[in-house]
Ligand binder design. Sequence first.
Ligand code: ZN
Length: 337
Amino acid sequence: MDAKEPAESEEVIFEDLDLIYIFSSDLGAPVEAEDLKELLERFSGRYRRVEGIWIPPEEVRPTPEFIYHKAKGLGIKDADKIDIKELIKNEKFIEEIIRAHATFGAIISEDRKVFSPEYLELGRYARLELIDLNVRIKDRKLSYLNELKCELYLLLHTTGICVLTAWIHLSGNFSTDDLIGIGKELYYAECTIEDPLGNVLEGTLDEFIGGVIIKTLRAAVLFKGKYGSYDAAFDALERGDITDDKIEERLRTPYLSARAVLCIRKHKCNGKCVTAEEAVENHLREIVGISRACEGWRYQRIDDARKGLGENLSPDVNCAMFVTDPVSLFFGFQHTG
Ligand SMILES: [Zn+2]
């Protein structure tokens, strides 16, 4: 992957970023806690891009699809003919699976800290790690980004709500205008989306997330009753019997909430910022411009910019956090020159 060249030297340059999209959507109806496991197993068998499933209070369970995919990647001969119970006897193999789920494991250990054991025992929600996507940008304006890795995590709650998180790392150097463009356009940019299993989709992240993942889950939850099973509902979706219109008319709300969080770990400037707190003050227009996706950020009045950013939620001067619209910001501090 080619890193992007710095923009003009007098500008602030941001480096080492993560752009995180968080989508919350209605699946149309509640899912009983005892049905959740079956839904996830059927979804994972059909969608074939699920790496791991966690239904509290149990441990994370890697899916058979992921175990075989990993075994093949590690060069285990005739992996698909070996029983899973045999494969997972290999300690190195298990270490590899745990390494692959490091971020997923960190999310789950946060849940275990935040929620009481009594709540987790109820199994009211589940988390899934989906297979990483390779996103090749075709859109002319963003083509300099080349290829991006996108990690996907899904949360399903028995109330029939799902939250999908798409985590994209941006390596290289970016100006304020670059980041405003990325924040506005990346989600709708034409790209080729590939996964390591060889599935390829030409389209946008919006089409993939809404049109593939969320639509599949909505079809399962809304039409299991009509067709008799989750699998039969997936078949009906594939045949085209379950259309977008039929899904939409049964939803409790068509509203799909999309939020973006930009994590900036480093920046380069001509100033003398020593902490994230100072960096926010010194580069207020840039930071507010990114958070508001405002191309006219250079002309913003400073007191208006300060007001727009709101309260810094970080208790620590080496980090700054703002919940802003349309892009929330997590600003870490590592000055690189
Ligand atoms: Zn600075």
